[in-house]
Design a protein around this ligand. Structure first.
Ligand code: WTA
Length: 645
């Protein structure tokens, strides 16, 4: 059994959840009266503009509805309702790549968001339900834009700035966006870089729904100005700083966020208004023990769900101070993050295992050069953390006093699902531990029987929860099939996450990674189907299979098996294929390895057995049954190809 790390008793006295007993009491409350449990929090945490009539509507499964007919506005939740008490408190603490700092108070945030909302309405005729795509660097205007959309009921879809023009175009078209908001560029590692040319490329053909592009001038680099382009910095001056918020229904869509699945193109995960904001706030308070005066830093990009929930919506709905950072934590040196913690007296630091591995590797002793004693809670997200990195994080960054919350969740879940509570849960390293109260996470077999302890099973959520995905934008059938098509319990379909997990004798859950065809590179989800479709564009490629293979920094890296049509040189193919991946998806999709094989292991029905390819790439012995393969002899041939590659 791994060592348990117990919460600090002194700090626990002041915590939002103080003990494991309190945790279990909440778990029981949810079990005994599920709707009553959620009602209690919805009544306390949300400023309802008009009350809801029903907590949970299950009449059209799996299209669940929460807090039916309730009315609210998320920008009110995040801004207006705090103004009386917090007008002069810092809401967003922005630090630029070059060290420039802006402290934006709640009052200033309010004025900026109101002006932005007016600009969207008056100049671009954006109305409730319209889709607005954001392709933005990490600057305060990105948060203003998101909140301005929520203020007027427009649906934002933020596309990560590392995605390519092709990927951006797909998302603009799928969402039917009327407006794209972007920036000329921003700064990274001391130098300006450009974003706007990617938007130009993405929108030069197609994108029929698109009417305009709004450009924020961040670095004033030279860019082309086209017919549809508008200058934010000019236009915003003329807008009023007062804009009433739209009255939104609990179930009105709040935003779309595209993510990869095991098949086909990325899916537009649709979140709703009330359920999402409720859980964003509750998880801030529980998982991070967020309290008045805390300064919270989540290092994710706002292009990912982590940036949505834990840079913008979670901290601001709590009336907190959220740190937003334009740069990278290794510039100008690997002490940058710790310097920022010291300077801004940061209390919670939340990042990905990949970043921890990089910071550890490049600057093992850097944290001790700074006074980082303000830290109270450390967090990780997005991929499994290895015990080695965990230990460094715990000892050197946290000084053996800060609990590490290893938070398991997904774009689809909206907020944390399985995580320690920092001052209640005894922690096991690299273990997500227990489901949050009210979250019915279980490790089961496909038919719903509980998986025996310490064996791998399917990680499912067996009851709907408020911040769950509502549908895939424009594709209800795919939503049902992707999430409710694999597992059931008591004869009813339940949400399957795509992850495998193990439960131990204490009921603690350890995530074992994706069991579907999704790979996780530096915490970024990539579907093997999308990658393979791109690679197959190379004219020499006859067949292709992509797998994820363990990588010491990135967690997983992309490994390609190809069957070629001819005798083309594999090195040339590799260079070309990486160009295609960068063009179609983005630099995050670059592959690390390629190997040429004569055939792929397929079942008689033609399905590629990626599990076998994974085992072979790791140079491990095949233990699974290969007799069901169409041609079992390919396995030996692939082994040889790997040896000589
Ligand atoms: C993985 C990120 C291990 C998992 C919030 C999940 C994790 C996918 C953890 C979702 C964790 C997330 N330990 N693996 N603590 N957290 N994952 O949608 O495979 O970008 O399904 O959301 O990341 O990635 P997504």
């Amino acid at each position: 059994m791994s060592k348990l790390y117990y919460p600090n008793k002194e700090l626990a006295k002041k915590a939002n959840i103080k003990s494991l007993e309190q945790y279990y009491a909440l778990v029981d409350e949810a079990k005994n009266d599920y709707e009553g449990y959620w009602k209690n929090f919805a009544d306390k945490k949300i400023d309802w503009l008009s009350p809801y009539s029903k907590v949970l509507d299950e009449s059209n499964k799996p299209f669940y509805k929460w807090f039916c007919e309730g009315k609210l506005n998320v920008s009110n939740q995040c801004i207006d309702r705090h103004l009386e008490k917090r007008a002069n408190q810092v809401a967003i603490l922005f630090e630029g790549d070059r060290g420039d700092v802006q402290k934006i108070t709640y009052k200033e945030l309010s004025l900026n968001v109101n002006r932005f909302a007016n600009l969207l309405k008056n100049k671009f005729d954006i109305k409730k339900g319209d889709r607005v795509v954001l392709y933005m660097p990490m600057v305060p205007e990105a948060a203003y834009a998101m909140l301005a959309c929520t203020r007027i009921g427009a649906i934002h879809s933020v596309v990560f700035g590392g995605f390519s023009a092709e990927a951006l175009k797909d998302r603009i078209e799928d969402a039917g966006a009327k407006l794209v908001i972007t920036a000329d560029g921003a700064y990274r590692k001391g130098k300006p870089y450009l974003l706007k040319p990617v938007v130009d490329d993405a929108t030069k053909n197609g994108c029929d729904s698109l009417e305009a592009v709004l450009v924020i001038q961040r670095n004033n680099e030279k860019i082309e100005w086209n017919k549809k382009d508008h200058k934010y910095n000019e236009l915003i001056k003329y807008e009023s700083d007062q804009c009433p918020y739209e009255i939104m229904d609990s179930e009105d869509p709040l935003f779309l966020l595209y993510t990869s699945g095991s098949t086909g193109k990325p899916k537009g995960v649709q979140h709703s208004t009330a359920g999402y904001i409720l859980w964003a706030q509750m998880t801030m308070e529980w998982t991070f023990d967020f309290q008045d005066g805390d300064v919270f830093w989540c290092t994710a990009d706002i292009g990912w769900i982590t940036g949505h929930t834990y840079i913008v919506y979670g901290p601001l709905s709590c009336g907190g101070t959220t740190v937003m950072f334009e740069g990278v934590p290794t510039y100008p040196d690997s002490g940058r993050a710790w310097k920022m913690v010291e300077e801004h007296q940061i209390t919670q630091f939340y990042t990905a295992p990949t970043a921890i591995r990089v910071l550890h590797k490049l600057g093992e002793d850097e944290p001790s050069k700074y006074n980082i004693s303000s830290l109270k809670v450390l967090g990780t997200v997005g991929e499994p953390i290895d015990p080695h990195a965990w230990e460094w994080y715990y000892k050197v960054v946290g000084g053996e006093k800060c609990p590490i919350v290893d938070t398991w969740w997904q774009t689809e879940t909206g907020g944390h699902m399985i995580t320690p509570l920092p001052f209640a849960t005894p922690i096991k390293p690299a273990c997500a531990t227990l489901p949050l109260p009210g979250i019915m996470a279980e490790v089961i077999e496909k038919d719903g029987t509980p998986t025996p302890i310490k064996e791998k099973g399917y990680l499912c959520i067996t009851k709907p929860w408020p911040s769950m995905i509502r549908t895939i934008w424009g594709d209800d059938e795919r939503f049902k099939k992707s999430y409710f098509g694999d597992c059931e319990k008591n004869g009813e379909s339940v949400y399957f996450s795509g992850d495998g997990a193990m439960i131990d004798e204490d009921g603690y859950i350890t995530i074992t990674g994706r069991v579907d065809d999704v790979i996780n590179v530096s915490g970024h989800r990539l579907g093997t189907a999308e990658l393979e479709a791109a690679i197959a564009e190379d004219e020499h490629v006859a067949e292709v299979a992509v797998i994820g293979t363990p990588h010491s920094v990135k967690g997983e890296s992309i490994f390609i098996y190809v069957v070629l049509k001819d005798n083309a040189n594999i090195k040339d193919i590799f260079i070309h294929v990486n160009k295609i991946l960068a063009r179609d998806i983005g630099n995050i999709a670059k592959a690390d390895d390629i190997v040429k094989v004569e055939g792929l292991p397929k079942t008689r029905s033609g399905k590629i057995m990626r599990r076998i390819l994974r085992t072979l790439a790791k140079k491990e012995e095949i233990t699974q049954d290969i007799s069901t393969l169409e041609d079992p002899s390919v396995v030996e041939k692939i082994k040889k190809a790997l040896e000589s590659s």
